[in-house]
Design a protein around this ligand. Structure first.
Ligand SMILES: Cc1ncc(COP(=O)(O)O)c(C=O)c1O
Length: 397
């Protein structure tokens, strides 16, 4: 090996699809001294972050913030709205849809889990068909993962909503946006979503530790009769935060300092439309690099390509985790592993959150060098294809 330093210097490249790189100014905000969470200064913070999250979630409804990981926000969505034995429609789009299904089963719900090949999102026609076959309205909720972090496939929520409406079915629509929120356009109100589930550690550019629910009036009404046991996750106690700024139990104060800073960056400085087009540009550049290498992305339908991550398939007989290991050892970059049944078959490139053209170029260079070093059959030229798409090779005007 030529010219490789003995140890690693400079910044680690954290290019897993979350947790993502936390901006220095967000880290600095988190490092401020903790304040009294029952005092007036905290009330302003609480109200400000709830108002900001409503803008990110594109809702005028209720937003609840938990000191939890995304899994907690999943549980909150289910236990607040459903009763033991309720039927729920879920689709196996990947590892996270499967984990949500497992949780729902453990909570005592009766799941119709539509099998999938992990290369496609939820088919709206299939939802319409399933619900049309339920004239007694036994199905109480349809749960969908918007951006499957394990596969890099995005389900088309507006079309799923239309399918539910077409079937004239009253089921609640619940959507996991843990790896899409603040990266890929998502509209809680306009798309008629009843419960949105989100987490802090991806597009919101924060460390892990905050979970979110956005809740429609219909979901709030369902909560009045829902009988699954709940205490910590009960929306009732959390709903007041938007008005009073206070939480029913000790909030993650310092993460909320960070959230306020991240919201300023996303909403007031860059603006959500620019955030979405930045992610779209980096997603497309990454896919062009993959095509340039002569490799395939896992997502089988171009309408469903993810702009927050790309899952790259390695040729049959090669180990994707070995490629990741070589890239980590040689270039100090972490890529996402293949989860569940994709283990060893794919690696995932995260291109979401606090990210720019040069970070993407460094990431793609690291992948190209790693493919070469791991002996994966591929063509050179992936990085060049991405640079060309980014306009980096255009002559100066
Ligand atoms: C789409 C999706 N849903 C749910 C989760 C679970 O969230 P957490 O690990 O924060 O509990 C993740 C985590 O990566 C995810 O990507």
């Amino acid at each position: 090996m030529k010219n490789l330093p003995a140890g690693h210097t400079g910044r680690h490249f954290l290019q897993i699809p979350g947790p993502t790189n936390v901006p220095d100014r967000v880290l600095r905000a988190i490092s401020f001294p903790t304040i009294d969470h029952r005092g007036p200064e905290f009330a302003d913070l609480g109200k400000e972050v709830v108002a900001g999250m409503k803008r990110v979630l594109q809702t005028d409804g209720t937003v609840v913030i938990y000191p939890s990981s995304g899994t907690g926000a999943w549980e909150a969505a289910l236990v607040n709205t459903l009763s033991p034995g309720d039927r729920v429609l879920m689709v196996e789009t990947g590892h996270f849809a499967s984990l949500w299904h497992q949780m729902a089963t453990r909570l005592g719900l009766d799941i119709d889990f539509v099998p999938g090949d992990w290369r496609r999102g939820v088919d709206p026609a299939q939802i319409a068909e399933r619900l049309a076959g339920d004239p007694e309205h036994r199905v109480k909720a349809v749960c969908v993962v918007h951006n499957e972090t394990s596969t890099g496939v995005v389900s088309r929520i507006a079309e799923i909503r239309a399918a539910i409406d077409e079937a004239r079915h009253p089921a609640l629509l619940m959507v996991d946006t843990i790896s899409s929120l603040a990266s890929i356009d998502y509209r809680h109100d306009e798309w008629g979503v009843d419960v949105t589930v989100a987490g802090s550690q991806k597009g919101l550019m924060l460390p892990p530790g905050l979970g979110f629910n956005a809740v429609s009036d219909k979901a709030l009404a369902a909560a009045k009769t829902a009988k699954l046991t709940r205490s910590y996750w009960d929306w009732q106690a959390m709903r007041e935060t938007g008005h009073t700024g206070f939480f029913p139990y000790t909030p993650a104060t310092n993460l909320l300092f960070g959230l306020r800073e991240a919201l300023t960056m996303l909403l007031d400085e860059e603006g959500l439309p620019a955030v979405f087009s930045r992610h779209a540009r980096h997603g497309e550049a990454t896919r062009r690099a993959v095509a340039g290498w002569g490799l395939q992305v896992l997502c089988a339908d171009p309408r469903e390509y993810s702009n927050s991550l790309t899952a790259v398939m390695v040729p049959e007989g090669y180990d994707a985790d070995r490629v990741r290991e070589i890239i980590l050892d040689g270039f100090d970059m972490s890529l996402g592993t293949g989860l569940g049944k994709m283990r060893g078959k794919i690696f995932r490139i995260g291109h979401l959150g606090h990210f720019n053209d040069l970070m993407l170029c460094g990431t793609l260079c690291g992948v190209e060098m790693g493919l070469h070093r791991a002996g994966i059959p591929h063509r050179a030229g992936g990085v060049a294809a991405a640079l060309e798409y980014l306009g980096a090779l255009d002559a100066a005007l």
